[in-house]
Design a protein around this ligand. Structure first.
Ligand code: PMP
Length: 363
């Protein structure tokens, strides 16, 4: 993305002059395993229900600002009151709203890199200083004591479980310790939690910790990244702050209708999630067997792999095989790393074969 022109740099708010927009590095291609989407189509019966819901949605009226029907269904899914739910235009909007509502110059956001880069991007938009606490550079496990020490001084904390791009879970006992030491809010970003199992979700801790915020999305397990729908679960007074800063009509009528049909059909996604988890384990075993590749265990729908010539291999996958995976080798701590979304068995076979051929050629 080009830098802003000098003329516009002089016009934008000073803290935005050097802004670097998030770049999903998207190129149209045959097999896209770069954005951690669910590469299976929505199951047939569910798709029909979504289509029927869309067809009967009037377009002439503004959306219900707080998405009451959807909010009630999400609340039922999690066994919480509707007042504990706020729906947004993807998890991204809610991450931004977290910073908009609770961040700012006098606040501070604690992140644990390597993690989702949008946290720091939204922090910069909301002029929120960022504090970083580390992970073990070999296993990427959180340095729990260091994170707790920093959380004590940070108004806002975000941890990602499973973490993007490293794949590990945050233990619930650690989330509880974080909630105890953090004087502000602790967000657990659970965009990928369905691939780890609901038992691993911090949602079950909400009753005990009024400063806990759990972020979820329909973009991954529900296979609906295109409709842009996510939500947060938190205590009602925290939800009120999310509601206060949101764009009133951010979740349009079609997205609300589709999301409601999807959440109502949640049981039908279990087989899809199971297939992705089984494929993840198959790919993990295949990649682990290659001595040129280091692969980390993952509880999400992607694998982080380290290999020689990673950036070049990623380019050749794109240009010669029309396959897209994500290059993280530029990111601190992730030298030589690519992130591969787990796709369908056919997609996975193709990417494994192409990787092996390219590693041979680049040796
Ligand atoms: N959190 C994490 C860790 C993610 O990887 C993503 C999507 N890549 C999101 C949140 C946001 O997802 P969405 O806006 O599609 O709901």
């Amino acid at each position: 993305m080009a830098r802003l022109s000098d003329r516009v740099r002089a016009l934008v708010q000073p803290h935005l002059a050097d802004i670097e927009p998030y770049d999903p590095s998207f190129t149209p291609c045959r097999i896209n395993l770069s954005a951690n989407e669910n590469t299976y189509p929505v199951p047939d019966g569910v798709r029909e229900r979504v289509d029927a819901a869309l067809a009967s949605t009037p377009l002439n009226r503004y959306p219900d600002p707080m998405s009451h029907a959807l909010r009630a269904e999400i609340a039922a899914r999690h066994g919480v009151a509707p007042a504990c739910v706020c729906v947004g235009n993807g998890g991204d909007e809610l991450l931004y709203n977290y910073l908009l509502a609770f961040g700012g110059r006098a606040s501070q956001l604690l992140v644990c890199p390597p993690c989702f880069s949008e946290y720091e991007f939204f922090a910069s938009l909301a002029q929120t200083p960022v504090r970083r606490a580390g992970r073990d550079p070999r296993t990427f496990e959180l340095d729990e004591e260091a994170v707790l020490a920093s959380a004590h001084w940070s108004k806002l904390t975000v941890v990602t479980s499973p973490n993007n791009p490293t794949g590990g879970l945050v233990p619930l006992s650690f989330v509880e310790r974080l909630c105890h030491v953090c004087r502000g809010l602790v967000m657990v970003d659970e965009a990928y939690i369905e691939f780890a199992g609901e038992d691993a979700s911090a949602a079950q801790l909400l009753d005990r910790h009024p400063n806990l915020v759990v972020l979820r999305t329909l973009s991954k397990a529900f296979g609906a990244a295109g409709i842009r729908c996510g939500y947060v679960l938190a205590a009602p007074d925290v939800i009120e702050a999310f509601a206060a800063v949101r764009q009133i009509y951010s979740v349009n009528v079609l997205s609300q209708a589709a999301a409601l049909a999807l959440v109502e059909s949640r049981a039908e996604f279990a087989p899809v999630v199971e297939r992705i988890v089984a494929e993840r384990e198959r790919m993990f075993a295949a990649l682990s067997a290659d001595p040129r590749v280091k692969v980390w265990p993952s509880r999400a729908n992607f694998l982080l792999v380290r290999m020689p010539m990673a950036s070049r291999i990623r380019e050749r996958l794109r240009d010669e095989y029309s396959m897209l995976v994500r290059d993280f080798s530029y990111a601190p701590g992730l030298e030589g790393c690519l992130r591969i979304t787990v796709g369908t068995p056919e997609e996975n076979d193709e990417v494994l074969a192409a990787l092996s051929a390219l590693l041979d050629e680049e040796a």
